[in-house]
Design a protein around this ligand. Structure first.
Ligand code: G6P
Length: 372
C-alpha cells in the first residue's frame, strides 16, 4: 500500500531515501567514546582473530559486489590476503581452507541457498564463518560462528540498495576491527577512517539532495540499448553494481569493466552516442589512477561515447570531457563507493520507470533465491 511505501511510488525509492539512516544505524553503538571499535557481537575470540591468515568472502549478486569492495579495505588495513568469490562457484572448486581461514558470508536475506552451502562447506573444513546479514535470526547467521548485523531495516524492493550500503559499512567495520585487534601500521589512519565513517551518512544525504539531473539524464537515455560502466580500484566493483542495477531494473544490456582493461576489448564496443558511465577515483591520494581514468574518458569520447562522469566536487580536470557530470562529495578513496553508488541506483530506478518496467518486482527475479 501507499502507506507502507511511506508516500513514495515504489519501495525502491523509499529504500534509496532511507540510506543515510541505514548507514548511521549500522554504525550506531559500534564505535566507543575513545573512537575505537567495540564489536563484542563478533563472538570469535580475539586470539583466534590474531591467528587468521586468510579471509575469504562469499556472496551473491549485490552482496558479492560489497565483498569485492571489502577486499580493498581488508587487505589495505590488515595486510591479510583476502579472496572474494561468488558463493555458487566456491565449493565446487575444492577451495583451500583451514582453521586459520576466516570466511565472511554476506547476505541481506540470510537465506540465499548458494551462500548457505558455501558457508557449510567452509565450516566442514574447520574455518570460522562470520555472517554479515540484514535479517535477524535467518539461516545464514544461525549457522555461522558469529554475525555482524546490518541495520538497514526491512528491504522489500528486489533490487538491493540500502542493504548494499550497510554491507559496505559492516565490511569496513570488520576490516578496521581486524586491524585494531591485530595491530597495524595504519593505526592513525584507522582512527581517521572511523571519524570519516561517522560522517558518511551526511554525505549520502547530500548526494540524495542533488539527484534531479540524474533522473533527467536517465529519461534522456531510456531508448538506448546498451550502457557501459567503467571504474578502477574500488570504483570497479561500483561499476559492476551500476551495471547489475541496470540489468535488473531497466532490462538493458549493461556491463561494468575495469577501466584499465578498456584497450583489451571493451573499447571495441564504443559506438556513436553510447552512454558510458565512468566512476572517477579521488584526485587526492591515488592521483595516478585518477589521471589514467581521465585519459580513458578522453579515449572513449574521441570514439563517440556519451560520457557520464561521476567525480568528486572540486575535480575540475574532468570537466572538458564530461557530456554529463555527476558530482559526489570528496571522501577518502576507500569510502567513495558509499557515495558513488547512490547516483547509479537513482539512474537505474528512473530508467525502469521511463521504460515502463515494474520497479519493485522486476521480471524473472526474486528477492531471495532459496534454491541452488
Ligand atoms: C537476489 C536479489 C539480489 C541480491 C541477491 C543476494 O538475486 O535479487 O538483490 O543481491 O539475491 O541476496 P542476499 O539476500 O544473499 O544478499
Amino acid at each position: 500500500s501507499a502507506a507502507e511505501k511511506g508516500g513514495y511510488d515504489y519501495f525502491m525509492l523509499k529504500e534509496i531515501a532511507e540510506q543515510p539512516k541505514a548507514v548511521a544505524d549500522t554504525l550506531l553503538g559500534r564505535i566507543d567514546a575513545a573512537g575505537l571499535l567495540s564489536l563484542d557481537e563478533v563472538r570469535i575470540p580475539v586470539h583466534e582473530l590474531r591467528e587468521i591468515d586468510k579471509v575469504v568472502i562469499v556472496a551473491c549478486g549485490t552482496a558479492f559486489h560489497a565483498g569485492l569492495i571489502a577486499k580493498y579495505a581488508i587487505e589495505h588495513w590488515t595486510r591479510i590476503p583476502c579472496e572474494v568469490e561468488l558463493a555458487s562457484e566456491f565449493r565446487y572448486r575444492d577451495p583451500i581452507l583451514g582453521a586459520r581461514s576466516l570466511v565472511i558470508a554476506i547476505s541481506q536475506s540470510g537465506e540465499t541457498m548458494d551462500t548457505l552451502m558455501a558457508l557449510r562447506h567452509a565450516r566442514e573444513q574447520g574455518s570460522k564463518v562470520l555472517a554479515i546479514c540484514n535479517t535477524n535470526g535467518s539461516t545464514i547467521p544461525r549457522e555461522s560462528d558469529a554475525v555482524l548485523y546490518t541495520h538497514a531495516g526491512p528491504e522489500v524492493a528486489v533490487a538491493s540498495t540500502k542493504a548494499f550500503l550497510t554491507q559496505l559499512v559492516a565490511c569496513y567495520l570488520v576490516a578496521l576491527y581486524l586491524g585494531q585487534v591485530r595491530g597495524t601500521k595504519w593505526g592513525d589512519e584507522i582512527q581517521a577512517v572511523i571519524r570519516d565513517l561517522s560522517q558518511i551518512s551526511g554525505e549520502v544525504e547530500r548526494v540524495l539532495e542533488t539527484m534531479e539531473p540524474v533522473r533527467e539524464l536517465a529519461r534522456s537515455v531510456a531508448s538506448k540499448n546498451t550502457v557501459l560502466f567503467l571504474g578502477r580500484h574500488v570504483g570497479y566493483p561500483v561499476a559492476l553494481e551500476g551495471a547489475l542495477k541496470l540489468k535488473e531494473l531497466a532490462y538493458m544490456h549493461a556491463e561494468g569493466f575495469a577501466a584499465g582493461e578498456l584497450k583489451h576489448g571493451p573499447i571495441a564496443l564504443i559506438e556513436e552516442g553510447m552512454p558510458v558511465v565512468v566512476v572517477v577515483p579521488s584526485s587526492r591520494g591515488r592521483s595516478v589512477l585518477h589521471d589514467k581514468i581521465v585519459s580513458n574518458i578522453q579515449e572513449i569520447r574521441a570514439r563517440g561515447a556519451m560520457t557520464i562522469v561521476i567525480a568528486e566536487e572540486g575535480d575540475e580536470t574532468v570537466v572538458p570531457y564530461a557530456d554529463h557530470l555527476i558530482r559526489i562529495p570528496a571522501t577518502p578513496t576507500l569510502l567513495q563507493p558509499l557515495v558513488a553508488t547512490v547516483p547509479l541506483q537513482v539512474f537505474a530506478c528512473e530508467l525502469a520507470t521511463a521504460r515502463g518496467n515494474e520497479v519493485d518486482q522486476p521480471r524473472n527475479l526474486a528477492k531471495s533465491v532459496t534454491v541452488e
